[in-house]
Design a protein around this ligand. Structure first.
Ligand code: NAP
Length: 237
């Protein structure tokens, strides 16, 4: 596999869960990794640089990217992983919780993509990957807003693919099945077990399942692969 030495990779939500695993994987492949999350860093590596930013705060995102542009000159890879979930039937889902999902999962992802693209166009071969979800396909009860936000990031990737393709930047979505994390722990286990049992490959995703698929999108051989959604575990739209 090609080394990512000399590349700058930005991962949102890099403090915990999947984002942390992705950041550690990219560090292992030789990249310099910038992590964005609300809280403080949890990764200790000379090649890891953390910014505590709420991605739903446009001004904070722009301020962070001014520093990133100054310190790193550009960005080669963006993994839009940060996300929040409150799974409740619509009639009891609090408006604030609904808005938080829209603000982080859609608006925050847009802001980070926008600012990263401005830095990415300075260098060849940029890669943007959205972390999508099986929820966008399975559309389970209780996920009216969450599933809609995850469908939205796929559409966002497809539109960005058109806008950024002429600059050599690809934009794709990696739609993830259930994977152990704080987010999954919020959900009733029996509900998750039932969903997983109905998947074509009836098991939880692993970190390796995700990072191997991510490597495909990041490969220098994948420069003609854009506006695609890769559904893990055999789910499909
Ligand atoms: N877990 C699953 O089963 C599953 C399945 C399908 C898709 N996904 C997707 O995978 C991604 C990662 O999920 P996860 O399970 O790893 O979640 P998680 O364990 O809850 O971690 C979420 C991460 O996102 C960060 N984050 C949330 N809101 C943010 C904001 N406004 N600004 C900056 N950072 C923010 C958190 O930062 P702090 O640590 O600072 O709070 C945290 O690092 C999400 O996009 C999720 O939708 C997960």
């Amino acid at each position: 596999m090609t080394s990512l030495a000399g590349k700058v990779a930005l991962v949102t939500g890099a403090r915990r869960g999947l984002g942390r695993s992705i950041a550690e994987h990219l560090l292992g492949r030789g990249a310099t990794v910038i992590g964005l999350a609300r809280g403080a860093a949890t990764i200790d590596s000379p090649d890891y640089h953390h910014r505590s930013v709420d991605i739903a705060d446009a001004a904070a995102v722009q301020a962070a990217f001014r520093v990133i542009g100054r310190d790193f000159g550009g960005v080669d890879v963006l993994v839009n992983n940060a996300g929040v979930l409150t799974a409740q039937h619509a009639m009891i889902l609090a408006p604030g919780a609904a808005k938080a999902m829209i603000d982080t999962n859609i608006f925050g992802t847009f802001m980070v993509s926008r600012e990263a693209a401005r830095l990415m166009r300075r260098r060849p071969g940029g890669r943007i990957v959205m972390i999508g979800s099986m929820a966008a396909s399975l559309q389970p009860a209780g996920d009216s807003v969450y599933a809609a936000t995850k469908a939205a990031v796929t559409v966002m990737a497809n539109v960005l693919a058109k806008e950024l393709g002429p600059m050599g930047i690809t934009c794709n979505t990696l739609a993830v099945t259930a994977i152990e994390s704080d987010m999954l722990d919020q959900l009733p286990r029996d509900k998750i077990d039932a969903i997983v049992a109905a998947l074509p490959i009836p098991r939880l995703a692993t970190r390796d399942d995700v990072t191997h698929a991510l490597d495909f999108f990041l490969s220098p051989h994948s420069g003609y692969i854009t506006a695609q959604t890769l559904w893990l575990g055999g789910i499909h739209q």
